[in-house]
Design a protein around this ligand. Structure first.
Ligand SMILES: N[C@@H](CCC(=O)N[C@@H](CS)C(=O)NCC(=O)O)C(=O)O
Length: 261
């Protein structure tokens, strides 16, 4: 039970700190000059699940030997507020990592939202994306599912279970229920197929693995894997290990965690 009474009008308490220094206003807060390297693709990111998706695809494109997929990867430290600097906000007005610039086009193209970046690169290089209407639609189903579903895991479960300064039963129960429902959905979906889209490895696997694969592998939110009894999700665990074994995925983890500039 809490003795919080909902006021008529919400006011921002500026003294109350939060995880990323978020404020109820958008836009840049300070002048910033981001580095720009020599490669066609400039990626501004961090080793979070959303950042990892893009690093995985870029490493898979390299692995496939595709010309033009070279990239520079720069760290945006979201706990220090880099996402609110003027240069970053020009690339992503929503102030969230990952964000990317493609300087190989006649006019440089900005891309934000991790799944928008995956789609952009998959279409540009014609890789990891099926071409028939039926298969493409199934891929889109799962990409949109991931974009809508993962905030319940990250902003909901992960936040209240792991990051919130006080542990509250109501939100933890609510978001654990939904997280376990999503894990069960993926487990059932993967029971009779090797990859999310069916027979082929696609950007849907790259979008979903950093969240749900890493969660069942015990890599997210402290002791969450035990709390969520992830051993129940055998097909999901087997798929997670299979994706983890890919050389490009291993290199992406290294890139995001160790080599980020
Ligand atoms: N829907 C966005 C979510 C991006 C997102 O939430 N990024 C987080 C890190 S994983 C972030 O930058 N947080 C900083 C903040 O909220 O200020 C995407 O998929 O790119």
């Amino acid at each position: 039970m809490s003795n919080y009474e909902v006021p008529k009008v919400w006011e921002w308490n500026q003294d109350e700190s939060n995880q990323f220094g978020n404020q109820p206003v958008a836009g840049s807060r300070f002048e910033q000059e981001l580095p720009v390297g020599d490669q066609p693709l400039q990626v501004y990111s961090l080793g979070t699940p959303n950042g990892m998706k893009v690093a995985i695809l870029l490493e898979e494109l390299k692995e496939a030997g595709l010309e033009g997929a070279d990239y520079d990867l720069y760290k945006i430290n979201i706990t220090e507020g880099d996402q609110f600097g003027s240069d970053f906000v020009k690339i992503n007005p929503n102030s969230k990592i990952p964000a990317m610039m493609d300087y190989s086009a006649d006019e440089p193209i900005r891309v934000f939202e991790s799944v928008s970046i995956l789609l952009y690169l998959a279409e540009k290089f014609e890789q990891f994306m099926p071409t028939t209407l039926a298969e493409r639609t199934e891929l889109m189903n799962w990409l949109f599912w991931q974009t809508g579903a993962a905030p319940y895991v990250g902003g909901g479960f992960g936040h209240f279970y792991n990051y919130a300064p006080t542990k509250q039963e109501y939100p933890i129960n609510r978001f654990t229920m939904e997280t376990k429902r999503q894990l069960d959905l993926l487990d059932k979906h993967l029971a009779d197929k090797p990859f999310i889209g069916g027979e082929e490895y696609t950007i849907a696997d790259m979008a979903i693995w950093p969240w749900y694969g890493r969660l069942v592998q015990g890599e997210l939110y402290g002791d969450a894997a035990e709390f969520l009894k992830v051993d129940e999700y055998k097909h999901l665990l087997a798929w997670a290990d299979k994706i983890q074994d890919r050389p490009a995925v291993k290199r992406a983890l290294e890139a995001e965690y160790k080599n980020i500039k």
